[in-house]
Design a protein around this ligand. Structure first.
Ligand code: GRF
Length: 217
C-alpha cells in the first residue's frame, strides 16, 4: 500500500502482558507511526493483560482460544478461525508481540510476507545455530519459548532481541532488526527479561515505523 489517505492497518497478536503492544499504541498516539492504525488485537489467552490495554484505547480486541493444542485438526481449525478474524480487518501488517503459539502455513499462507515476530534473543541472518556479537563473541542462536532463562543458564555474556519476518520455520525468517543486551552479574530471568523488553519496546516501534514508511511489510 502506498502512502495515501487510507491508513496502514496493523493487527497485533499477543498472549500476555502486552507491553510491546503498549509501546506501539503509545507510538501511534504520539504520531510516530505515520498514518498507521492498530485496528485489532487478538489473544489466545483470556487473561492476557494486553486485551485490556487494547480496550482502553478503543481498539477491537478478541480472545480466540486454542482448546486442544495437541490435536492437529483442532489446531488447524483454530488457525483458520484466527486467520478469518484477522482477515476481516484487512491488515497490512501483523505483529506477533509475545504471541506464544507457532503459526503454520494454514495461517501464514493467508498473509504472505505480512507477519513479523519479536524474539527475546539474538538470531543470525543465515538461520544458523550461532550468532557472532558486535565484539566477535560466538554465542548459540537461542530458539524456543525459554530463551531468556537459557541465556542465563548457559552463562552467556550477552543476549538481546530480534525482529524478523515469520516463515513456517520457528524463530527464523529474514531479520529486520536486532539489538544486543548484556547479561549482568546477578541477573535472573526476570531482571534480564525486563531489560530486554525495554530495548524491544524501542526496536518494535522503529521497525513498524520503517515498514509503514516503506508502505509494505
Ligand atoms: C517479549 O519479550 C517478546 O519478545 C516475547 O514475549 C515477550 C512479550 O512481552 N516473545 P509483552 O507481552 O509485550 O510484555
Amino acid at each position: 500500500m502506498s502512502a495515501s489517505a487510507q491508513p496502514y492497518q496493523i493487527a497485533v497478536l499477543i498472549s500476555g502482558s502486552g507491553s510491546n503492544l503498549q509501546a506501539l499504541l503509545d507510538a501511534q498516539q504520539a504520531g510516530d507511526l505515520g498514518n498507521a492504525e492498530i485496528v485489532l488485537v487478538v489473544s489466545d489467552r483470556a487473561d492476557a493483560y494486553g486485551l485490556q490495554r487494547a480496550l482502553k484505547r478503543r481498539v477491537a480486541a478478541a480472545f480466540i482460544p486454542l482448546r486442544h493444542p495437541r490435536d492437529p485438526a483442532a489446531r488447524a481449525a483454530w488457525e483458520r478461525r484466527l486467520a478469518d478474524v484477522v482477515a476481516a480487518f484487512a491488515p497490512d501488517l501483523i505483529v506477533l508481540a509475545g504471541f506464544m503459539r507457532v503459526l503454520s502455513p494454514v495461517f501464514l499462507d493467508r498473509f504472505p510476507d505480512r507477519v513479523i515476530n519479536q524474539h527475546p534473543a539474538l538470531l543470525p541472518d543465515d538461520g544458523g545455530d550461532t550468532f557472532v556479537t558486535s565484539r566477535g563473541i560466538v554465542i548459540p542462536a537461542l530458539r524456543g519459548a525459554h530463551v531468556v532463562a537459557d541465556a542465563i543458564r548457559l552463562g552467556l555474556p550477552v543476549t538481546g532481541c530480534t525482529i524478523h519476518r515469520v516463515t513456517p520455520a520457528v524463530d527464523d525468517g529474514p531479520v529486520l532488526a536486532r539489538a544486543e543486551v548484556p547479561v549482568l552479574p546477578g541477573d535472573d530471568e526476570a531482571t534480564l527479561h525486563e531489560r530486554i523488553k525495554d530495548v524491544e519496546h524501542r526496536l518494535i516501534v522503529e521497525v513498524v515505523a520503517r515498514l509503514v514508511r516503506e508502505g509494505r511489510q
